[in-house]
Write a protein that binds this ligand. Structure first.
Ligand code: PGA
Length: 253
């Protein structure tokens, strides 16, 4: 259990990486590691591209490894070429969906209000949204980190959220894929702020899991995951290697 008494969640965001053979090998490897190490406390989640959800779900059947998606559309169905609804993801075995990742906010111009609408759709489909917030380097340098993440969080939350159906990931944009991480004190300060906000906005806000994401590696996982109010990790690059991802999951207490 983390310092907040919550079961840690370690989620792997494959982004636009993977193949059918990678699902076979990497997911197969994770399933074996999970069976061989039943005392790992973290909930372990992999979020491959949507095309591989069904295969990953089949591979993980009967194991403790969960499968999630990286985005969804806010509508349930209709004329939205190329998009995928939350219900379709759930139908393919997804249990969680990452929403508002900075790469979606930037590459697809997704504002927080759209993220909130997607989160509502996710909840309706019984998916747990993992809503991402984080400041850019310029915002950080301008001393705006707390106000930026606060504004993103407030506008990205679904109206009817309850703690055990919601996860928040703090991912400083400048730490994603760069090998750079904030100091422990900085992570602590942001997570404490997010916790205070959630506590003020929801009756059970103290029970929302808060993940840290951005260059989490086996080398820094134990320290990051032991910080107060850090209830897990959202892992990009290091989730593409079974040994590294498993080492991070095993570091969560
Ligand atoms: P990274 O990505 O671990 O490769 O920095 C994290 C993320 O974008 O979720």
């Amino acid at each position: 259990m983390t310092t907040s008494g919550l079961r840690p969640l370690v989620a792997g965001n494959w982004k636009m990486n993977g193949s059918r053979s990678m699902v076979q090998n990497l997911v197969g490897d994770l399933v074996s590691k999970s069976r061989a190490n039943p005392f790992v406390v973290a909930e372990v989640l992999i979020c491959p591209p949507a095309t591989y959800l069904t295969a990953a779900t089949e591979m993980t059947e009967g194991s403790d490894i969960l499968v999630g998606a990286q985005d969804c559309h806010e509508a349930t169905s209709g004329a939205h070429t190329g998009d995928i609804s939350a219900g379709m993801l759930a139908d393919c075995g997804a249990r969680y969906v990452i929403l508002g990742h900075s790469e979606r906010r930037v590459d697809h111009g997704e504002p927080s209000e759209k993220v909130a609408a997607k989160a509502v759709a996710a909840l309706k489909a019984e998916l747990i949204p993992i809503i991402c917030v984080g400041e850019t380097l310029a915002e950080r340098d301008a001393g705006k980190t707390l106000s930026v993440v606060e504004a993103q969080l407030e506008a990205s939350l679904p109206a009817d959220a309850i703690a055990d159906r919601l996860v928040i990931a703090y991912e400083p944009v400048w730490a994603i894929g760069t090998g750079r991480t904030p100091s422990s004190a900085d992570v602590e300060a942001v997570h404490a702020h997010l916790r205070r906000l959630l506590g003020a906005w929801f009756e059970d806000g103290h029970q929302v899991r808060l993940l840290y994401g951005g260059s989490v590696k086996p080398q820094n996982a134990a320290e990051l995951l032991s910080l107060p109010e850090v209830n897990g990790a959202l892992v990009g690059g290091a989730s593409l290697k079974a040994d590294d991802f498993w080492a991070i999951a095993a570091a969560a207490r």
